[in-house]
Design a protein around this ligand. Structure first.
Ligand code: DOR
Ligand code: ZN
Length: 354
């Protein structure tokens, strides 16, 4: 079985900063990507739009140039969202939009995930006019949807967790206040989030990672497979099933965004960095999750290649790559450990050819 697909956009990825960026971009090119949305939780954060980098912040303008020097010219398009912080103003949004450099902004729950300490609560941007300016300008809000500041049972419990609580207690009010704001609910992991997105207007969409389609918290815990530790955490079978159903439904609101996140040191003596590296291997993992076949090829193509560009208003690539149901052992250009190796698997079930 050989499946030919248009080159695709990874609409949620971490290319970081510095020397390794070129290798991470190469891994993405090697897996048939024609573009990406590169997240701004770098050190320092990409929290201003125009001008030169400083010690405290980087700008979207220079980050785009850095990525260009590291190989992103080979993509058809690349989006670099602005990291929303206490320093974000509505004028930044208005001017950034006018210049064409600003296309999206990322909300991080303060202290909720890797390099998210610069984020402020949702109320900040509701009250200071930032979300209103984004809504007026048609700028996309990328949301890391987890309630911050929770611990214990509230953070991850039998009945609820930080993501459940965010989609139940915060998203409805946000959407009611800004009914036209375009929002991508990033890397959703729960049935609650799937239902929220399904039942919202067409301005609300979601990315889904390969790991959340393939695995549950049991896979993480059995053998403490820390390469599967990412945030939001992998959840339960009912959640995985809901995510898989949404991805396989062909619904335009759901599309690929890997959240591929390299960490040079993953586990330490007292904790673990959050993030799974899926550069070089993501279409193969998505194909595995779908159990890709002739009957669901159309829906797979929509999820991987069509729905995302449609939401962002970017053209679908006219270049192609193929996936074949044949075991492969892809090597990654970067030193990062790809997820399947981290989980002790030698082969991928699919082979990708450019
Ligand atoms: O697992 C994650 N890793 N989740 C995030 O939200 C951030 C990412 C990273 O930057 O490593
Ligand atoms: Zn991410």
């Amino acid at each position: 079985m050989i499946f030919e697909l248009p080159k695709w956009y990874d609409l949620h990825v971490h290319f970081r900063q510095g020397d390794s960026m070129a290798d991470y971009i190469q891994d993405h090119l090697n897996m048939g990507c024609c573009g990406a949305l590169a997240m701004p939780n770098t050190k320092p954060p990409v929290s201003h739009v125009h001008g030169k980098n400083t010690e405290e912040y980087w700008t979207v303008e220079s980050y785009l140039k850095d990525m260009e020097s590291a190989g992103s010219k080979a993509f058809d398009d690349i989006i670099a969202p602005l990291y929303l912080t206490n320093a974000t103003t509505k004028d930044m949004i208005i001017e950034g939009t006018k210049s064409g450099i600003l296309r999206a902004c990322k909300y991080y729950p303060p202290h909720g995930t890797t390099n998210s300490e610069h984020g402020a609560g949702l109320d900040t941007y509701i009250n200071n006019g930032v979300f209103a300016a984004m809504s007026d300008a048609g700028i996309v809000l990328n949301i890391h949807g987890e309630e911050h500041g929770l611990s214990g049972e509230e953070y991850f419990g039998e009945q609820s967790n930080a993501e459940d609580s965010f989609y139940k207690n915060h998203m409805p009010q946000l959407v009611e206040k800004f009914p036209n704001l375009k929002i991508v609910c990033e890397h959703i992991t729960t049935k609650t989030a799937v239902d929220f997105v399904k039942n919202s207007g067409n301005n609300i969409a979601a990315t889904i990672t390969p790991q959340h389609l393939l695995y549950t918290v049991a896979d993480l815990l059995q053998g403490l497979k820390y390469h599967l530790y990412c945030l939001p955490l992998v959840k339960f079978e009912k959640d995985r099933t809901a995510l898989l159903e949404a991805a396989k439904s062909g619904n335009v609101k759901f599309f690929a965004g890997t959240d591929s996140a390299p960490h040079t040191t993953k586990a330490t003596a007292c904790g673990c960095a959050a993030g799974c590296y899926t550069g070089g291997i993501a279409p193969q993992l998505y194909a595995d999750a779908f159990n890709l076949n002739e009957d669901n090829f159309d829906e797979f193509k929509k999820f991987l290649c069509l729905n995302g560009p449609q939401f962002y208003g970017i053209p679908v690539s006219n270049k192609t790559f193929t996936l074949t149901k044949k075991p492969s052992q892809p090597s990654v250009a970067s030193g990062a450990i790809p997820l399947h190796i981290g989980l002790g698997q030698k082969n991928l079930a699919w082979t990708l050819t450019l």
